[in-house]
Design a protein around this ligand. Structure first.
Ligand code: RP5
Length: 174
């Protein structure tokens, strides 16, 4: 496992087969210029690696860990068991009801071991990246300012979509 000394966010996933389904998480971090590292490790196939990674995450300078897994998706929970860092879980879509198995395995944590779980597919991975940025922004003014801009741009984008819709319906703004 290579260590990236500048990484503030650790992204881990249960299999390389997860990456194409969740790589929007990295795109969101890139958008905000947040350094991250990405690794494949499995709560079931390589439990010792997961334990070591999570237990050493604080000492290596990480501030947030994002963990993605599908099916019996225990990765985020196991990471959370071994670190005091905030852990964000990404349930990966599967063939079983779109990933209901992943969602329930990730979100249904016992009390005392929180995992902030995002949605399955769609905006879930992107939201995981944005949530990590928001966590980091509580102690980073540059990121906090970028988030304010992000919200402004979002409002403009949606207003633009509404304008296009109204025009397509033959309605004009009053
Ligand atoms: C999970 O099993 C992984 O996160 C992945 O979603 C799923 C299938 O893994 P592969 O069989 O494709 O390696 O642990």
């Amino acid at each position: 496992m290579t260590d990236d000394k500048s990484a503030r966010v650790g992204i881990v996933m249960g299999s390389d087969s997860d990456w194409p389904k969740i790589n929007a998480v990295a795109a969101a971090l890139d958008e905000f210029g947040v350094a991250y590292e990405v690794h494949v490790m499995s709560a079931h196939r390589t439990p010792e690696v997961v334990q070591q990674y999570a237990a050493s995450a604080v000492a290596r300078g990480l501030k947030v860990v994002i963990a993605a897994a599908g099916g019996a998706a225990h990765l985020a929970g196991v990471v959370a068991a071994h670190t005091t860092l905030p852990v964000i879980g990404i349930p990966v879509p599967t063939g079983l009801s779109g990933g209901l198995d992943s969602l329930l395995s990730t979100v249904q944590m016992p009390g005392d071991v929180p995992v902030a779980t995002v949605g399955v597919g769609s905006g879930g991975p992107r939201n995981a990246g944005l949530l990590a940025v928001q966590i980091l922004a509580t102690a980073d003014d540059r990121l906090a300012r970028k988030l304010v801009e992000f919200k402004k741009n979002l409002a403009q984008k949606i207003a633009g979509k509404d304008k296009v819709l109204q025009a397509s319906l033959g309605k004009t703004a009053d």
